[in-house]
Design a protein around this ligand. Structure first.
Ligand SMILES: [Zn+2]
Length: 232
């Protein structure tokens, strides 16, 4: 039986309300090439399902663009790759949310978005970001170091040293690195051979592979190269 490939939704969620921001950023699964927010309607349904938007609200294509810009903005921030453009995007979303303070009967003040629609929904997520940045949990959100994956995970390790959302992402990266490394060695060997031929032994170019392998100086190298290529 083929096991279902794990996606971002299978990751252990961040604590408390932060999991909502994590889920929002993880609505795109790059590896599986799937986007839960593929249309304005899909966006509206996702937000309504997570209590961020009134059910039945209609959103536009422009709303979808804004939402995905904010989503990728947070991915950059979490990855430590924020820049002026990202800050502007997030500031714009904050302004459009029209955040205002409300006092609860007990006297506690709570900020909430006065805007409705997509602005209000993004405003609710922005407030979660602000609150979790204050309580320190935001710092443990990470973007997976695998460039194919880029999923947001919550790092529970004591020294906050996790780099990958799951071991398979780390394994893939190290096998990629070792492949690249051995490719580099082979390329250098081939270049050295070609340079040697060009500089001093131009006539070697005319030799067949079999003749080259019996050459007193280059025979060993030629044989080694052929054997390595045959193994691959
Ligand atoms: Zn990953």
């Amino acid at each position: 039986m083929k096991r279902k490939k794990k996606g971002p939704a299978d990751l252990p969620p961040a604590p408390g309300e932060l999991r909502l921001v994590q889920a929002f950023v993880n609505t795109v699964d790059r590896e599986a090439k799937k986007d839960e927010l593929a249309s304005p309607r899909a966006l509206a349904e996702w937000l309504a399902r997570h209590g961020l938007l009134a059910p039945g609200t209609e959103l536009s294509a422009a709303d979808l663009t804004r939402a995905t810009e904010v989503r990728e903005g947070w991915r950059s921030v979490i990855a430590g790759q924020s820049n002026e453009q990202v800050a502007e995007t997030l500031d714009r979303a904050t302004e459009s949310a029209l955040l205002r303070g409300r006092h609860e009967p007990g006297g506690r003040m709570r900020l909430e978005p006065a805007a409705g629609g997509i602005d209000g929904a993004l405003g609710r997520l922005l407030l979660i970001v602000s609150r979790t940045q204050d309580d320190g949990t935001w710092e443990r959100l990470k973007v997976c170091a695998s460039s194919i994956c880029r999923v947001v995970f919550y790092d529970r390790s004591s020294n906050r040293s996790k780099r990958w959302c799951r071991p398979s992402c780390g394994n893939r990266l190290s096998s990629l690195a070792s492949k690249r490394h051995s490719r580099g060695i082979r390329r250098r060997e081939r270049e050295a051979k070609r340079r040697a031929q060009e500089l001093a032994y131009g006539h070697l170019e005319e030799l067949s592979d079999a003749e080259l392998e019996t050459h007193p100086e280059f025979g060993t190298m030629a044989r080694r190269l052929r054997e390595r290529e045959e193994r691959e």
